[in-house]
Design a protein around this ligand. Structure first.
Ligand code: COA
Length: 326
C-alpha cells in the first residue's frame, strides 16, 4: 500500500499582533494573568479585508512552492475550519477556485481544533486507497470574528492563522503510518458557537444574547483536553509498537501552555520533544498544528526518517492523532 507523505508545508499569520498588554485595555485582565494561566503572550488578528480563504491560499501556495507542485496536480483540497468565509459553500471550494486547482474535489471538515488532524486523516485514506495522488490539506481559522471581545474568559485565548501541507502518495517507508480519530458529542455544549444555525436561526435578539460568539466552559474543557491528548498519543505509539523515546517531535494542538505542559509530563516527553508556539500565536484552532509544523520545518528541525506525532483535541468533542515518518 502507498503511504501519504508530506512533501511541502506552508503557513501564514496575519500581520496585526495583539499583545496581552493590548487586551488589558479591552477587558478586565492583566498580562500576568494571561501569561501565567495560558502561556500566551500575543496572537495575530486578521485584517478586515482578509477572509479565511485568503489566509488558506497563502499558506497553500507556500506549501505548493516547497513541494514543487502546481495547482492542476492537486486532486483533493480539504480544509479544516470552523470559521469559514460563509456557512456554505465550503471554504475549500473558494480555495480551489483561488488557486485554480481545476482537477480537485474540495470540501471542509468541521472538527473544531481537531480539524487539521481530521482533514489529514481523510486525505490519507484517499491516497492510500489509490483514489487520489496529491492532496492539499489546510487548517485555517479567523477565530477573532466569532470571539466575544467583551468576555475575558475566552477572548484572551484565540488567534488567527493558516497552515497547509501537500500530501503525495508514495512507495517506501516514509509518510503517515497511522491515524486515530475519536469523538464524544455528549460534550457539545462545553465548547461551541450557539448561533446562527438551524437551532438558533438569525434574529436581532440572538445577537443581543451573544449567540454568534464562541461559548466555553474552560475548566471542564481543560481536564478533557489533557486526558484526550494523552490517551490518543499513547494509542498512536502503541499501534506502531513505539514509545516516546522513538518520537523526534510531537506537535500538539496549541490550546494553552498549561495543557501542553501537563500532557508533556504525563507522556514523559523531554522539553525538546514537544513543539510549542502558543506563546506567539494563541489558540488558532484547526490551524495550530500545521502552523507549528511549518515553523519547525522551516527552522530545519525535521530530518528524513524522524518520527512525528500530531495530537489534537477540540470542540465536539473531537480528538485524534497521526503518527508519521518524515
Ligand atoms: N483575566 C483575569 N481574570 C480572569 C480572566 C482573565 N482573562 N478570565 C477569567 N478570570 C478569572 C475568573 O473570572 C475567575 O475569577 P473568580 O475566581 O473571581 O470567579 C478566576 O479568574 C479563575 O477562573 P478559572 O476559569 O477557574 O481559571 P482557570 O485557571 O481555569 O483558567 C482558562 C481559565 C480558560 C485559562 C483554563 O480553564 C483553560 O485553559 N481551559 C481550557 C481552554 C482551552 O484551551 N480551550 C480550547 C480547547 S481546544
Amino acid at each position: 500500500m502507498k503511504k501519504a507523505r508530506i512533501i511541502g508545508t506552508g503557513s501564514y499569520l496575519p500581520e496585526k499582533v495583539l499583545t496581552n498588554f493590548d487586551l488589558e485595555k479591552m477587558v478586565d485582565t492583566t498580562n500576568d494573568w494571561i501569561s501565567a494561566r495560558t502561556g500566551i503572550e500575543e496572537r495575530r488578528i486578521a485584517a478586515e479585508s482578509e477572509m479565511t480563504s485568503d489566509l488558506a491560499v497563502i499558506a497553500a501556495q507556500r506549501a505548493m512552492d516547497m513541494a514543487g507542485v502546481t495547482a492542476d496536480e492537486i486532486d483533493l483540497v480539504i480544509v479544516g475550519t470552523i470559521t469559514g468565509d460563509f456557512p456554505w459553500p465550503s471554504t475549500a471550494c473558494l480555495v480551489q477556485d483561488k488557486l485554480g486547482a481545476k482537477n480537485a474535489a474540495a470540501w471542509d471538515v468541521s472538527a473544531a481544533c481537531s480539524g487539521f488532524v481530521y482533514a489529514l486523516t481523510s486525505a490519507t485514506q484517499y491516497l492510500q486507497a489509490g483514489s487520489a495522488k496529491r492532496a492539499l490539506v489546510i487548517g485555517a481559522e479567523i477565530l477573532s470574528r466569532i470571539i466575544d471581545w467583551e468576555d475575558r474568559n475566552t477572548c484572551i485565548l484565540f488567534g488567527d492563522g493558516a497552515g497547509a501541507v501537500i500530501l503525495e502518495a508514495q512507495d517506501g517507508d516514509n509518510g503517515i503510518l497511522s491515524t486515530h480519530l475519536h469523538s464524544d458529542g455528549s460534550y457539545w455544549e462545553l465548547l461551541y458557537q450557539p448561533g446562527f444555525g438551524a437551532k438558533h436561526p438569525a434574529t436581532v435578539s440572538g445577537i443581543e444574547e451573544r449567540l454568534p460568539f464562541l461559548h466555553m466552559a474552560g475548566n471542564e474543557v481543560y481536564k478533557m483536553a489533557v486526558r484526550s491528548l494523552y490517551d490518543v498519543a499513547v494509542e498512536a505509539l502503541e499501534a506502531n509498537n513505539m514509545t516516546t523515546d522513538d518520537v523526534k517531535l510531537l506537535f500538539p494542538h496549541q490550546a494553552n501552555r498549561r495543557i501542553l505542559d501537563a500532557v508533556k509530563k504525563r507522556l514523559k516527553l523531554r522539553d525538546d520533544q514537544m513543539y510549542i508556539n502558543v506563546d506567539m500565536c494563541g489558540n488558532t484552532s484547526g490551524a495550530s498544528i500545521p502552523i507549528a509544523l511549518d515553523e519547525a520545518n522551516r527552522k530545519g528541525l525535521l530530518n528524513e526518517g524522524d518520527i512525528l506525532v500530531f495530537d489534537a483535541f477540540g470542540g465536539g468533542f473531537t480528538w485524534g492523532a497521526c503518527l508519521l515518518r518524515w
